[in-house]
Each structure stands twice: as C-alpha cells, then as structure tokens.
Design a binder for this molecule. Structure first.
Ligand code: CAA
Length: 294
C-alpha cells in the first residue's frame, strides 16, 4: 500500500513532532487539533524547529518552506478523509481516544491504516472500536520525535501482516528505527523506563539524594543525557502518572505504582516542563530545581 497522505490527530508535545517528521520525509500531512489556539501553538513549534534547522545549516530555507507547505492544520475530522495512514497522538486517556476513533473511523476511507502513539494503553482496546481492527497497530514515538531514532511498531492481536508491514515500512521511510513489539502495556521502552523514573522519585522521597544530585549522578555515572527526574519533567508528569496507572492496573506490581510525591505534584498542577514547574522550575533560561522540593 502506498502512503501519500498522513493524518495526525493532536498537535501537542508528540503530535507536532510526528507531523514534522512525516512532512520532512515528503508526506503530505493533515494535523487535527481540538481548537485553533492549540493548533496554532503546535504549528508554531514546527515553524520554530524548522527555523532552527535552517539557522544551524541542517536545512535550506526552500526545503524548510516545502516541509511547512506539506503540513495542513485543521479542526475538522473530515479533512483526514483521504489519509492513507492516520496516527493519533492525543491525550493519554482511553475514553477520549475511543470517542475520537469512532469519529475518525466514520470519515476516513476504509482502506486507510490506523495507528496509535499510545505509550501504554493496549492497542486492541482502541482497534476494537473501529470497523477495521485488522488495519490497526501501534506506532510509538519518543520525545522529541524529531530527534529520537526509535519507533516501536506494536502488533495488536488483530493487526494483519499487511498493516504491520505498512507500519514497519513507514517507520523506515521517515528515517526511524522501527522495533517490533507485542501489545503489552508499556511495550519495551516504558516497561523499563517507567519503573526507573518512579524509582528515582522514591529515591528522592527516601532522601537518598536531592533532585539535582540524583540527576547529576545518573548523567555522570551512567552516561544518560538527562537524569531521571529531569526526564520525568520532560515526558510530562501528567503523562508519567497516566502511564504508570495503566501499567499498575495491568500488572499489579509495586514497581509501577504512583509514588506519593508524584500524586501531590500533579494535585498542585505541576506537570513538568510543559506547565513550567515540576521537579525543576522551567521558567528561566535553564531549569533549576524546584525550591519547594528541596
Ligand atoms: N525538536 C527538534 N530538535 C530538537 C529538540 C526538539 N524538541 N530538542 C533538541 N533538538 C535537537 C537540537 O536542535 C540539537 O540538534 P543539533 O545537534 O543538530 O544542533 C540536538 O537535538 C541536541 O539538542 P541540544 O543541544 O539542545 O540538547 P541536548 O544535547 O541536551 O539534547 C535531547 C536534547 C535530545 C532532548 C537529550 O537531552 C536527550 O536525548 N534526552 C533524553 C530524551 C529521552 O530519553 N526521550 C525519551 C523519553 S520517553 C518517551 O518519549 C516515551 C514515552 O512514552 C514516555
């Protein structure tokens, strides 16, 4: 199956990067948001990234203009009707995703393949509400989608060989390393990464080290580009909370349980980098440890 047009649902933290990477690979992209403000914000991020790429000499101005020209923003599901592949990257909330897929399924051509960028929700639960569960798979990107090499290609129990091949070929065509995984909550990366981030929060709770000591230790001692608490802020504490709840419900193991500090931070409205406050205060040029947590 030849893919010409890619539909992207959501133009937030992940959706804008997914849209940008597809357009950079030459696909026509239609990206749908719920309101104009969110859409403008997401498209603005893409324009900023393209501007940076030109500034740094990684892209010519005419190429950046062509990439931007291939991305159409919309608030209307029906603009996705002719998409060959539709990738959803909306909020990590199953009910919202199911409601969205019912709408999308009714307007997008029957031969199109659907993919979810969910970090942890079972692919089959979403596939089952569409009329095409065999043409449904997971394509799980990593933040920032423009930079991170991996896409987990998730085979649900109903995914056909053809749809899985579409996902694998698509990942390759956008320059990503597609790794196949089974439809098990968290797939490969989050199954390992989420308990690690949660354990870092527990280490902080137990006074093993301060926020910046824990992060500095993992950067200097394990050569990670970011410490686990900064990474939690970067992923989004709300997203981390949703993922660990799903994984805890699925596996009933303490390693996936939400630590009290995370629960309290979310109650305070501290969602990490996206809200300006988390384990770090992100309001300045450089993140500084949140003084309330010291
Ligand atoms: N969009 C596009 N490009 C970006 C970017 C973004 N949001 N952020 C950084 N970059 C680019 C920069 O332009 C720069 O490119 P050049 O080298 O060509 O100039 C390059 O990435 C490096 O950026 P910086 O020099 O600004 O900063 P850095 O060296 O500290 O790298 C980072 C930033 C790539 C984010 C790095 O810190 C990193 O790899 N962090 C870990 C990220 C990670 O683990 N992500 C996975 C999270 S888990 C997940 O996403 C799954 C889930 O379901 C929760």
């Amino acid at each position: 199956m030849e893919i010409k047009q890619v539909g992207v649902l959501g133009c937030g933290l992940m959706g804008h990067g997914i849209a940008q990477v597809a357009a950079q690979a030459g696909y026509d992209v239609v990206v749908r948001e719920v309101d104009q403000g969110k859409l403008d914000k997401g498209l603005g991020k893409i324009e900023k990234q393209l501007g940076r790429a030109v500034e740094k000499g990684r892209m010519e101005q005419n190429e950046a203009d062509a990439v931007r020209g291939r991305i159409k923003g919309t608030l209307d599901y029906s603009d996705l009707a002719d998409s060959d592949l539709v990738i959803e990257a909306i909020t990590e909330d199953l009910d919202m995703k199911l409601e969205m897929w019912r709408e999308v399924d009714s307007v997008v051509k029957p031969e199109a393949v659907f993919a979810t960028n969910t970090s942890s929700l079972p692919v089959i639960d979403q596939a089952a509400v569409t009329s095409r569960p065999e043409s449904f798979l997971g394509l799980h990107y990593f933040n920032p989608a423009q930079v991170m090499k991996l896409v987990e290609v998730v085979r649900g129990i109903t995914t056909s060989d053809e749809a899985f091949a579409v996902g694998t070929d698509f990942a390759k065509s956008i320059g990503k390393l597609g790794i196949p995984t089974r439809d098990s909550a968290g797939f490969i990366v989050n199954r390992l990464l989420v308990p690690y981030m949660l354990d870092a929060i527990r280490a902080y709770e137990e006074g093993v080290g301060s926020v910046d000591e824990i992060d500095a230790a993992m950067k200097a001692g394990a050569a990670h580009p970011m410490g686990p608490l900064q990474l939690s802020d970067f992923v989004g504490l709300d997203t981390l909370g949703s993922i660990c709840d799903v994984m805890f419900d699925e596996f009933r193991e303490r390693r996936f349980a939400r630590p009290p500090t995370l629960r309290k931070m979310l109650a305070a409205g501290w969602y990490g980098q996206k809200s300006g406050m988390g384990f770090y205060d992100w309001s300045g040029d450089e993140p500084v440890p949140n003084p309330q947590l010291s």
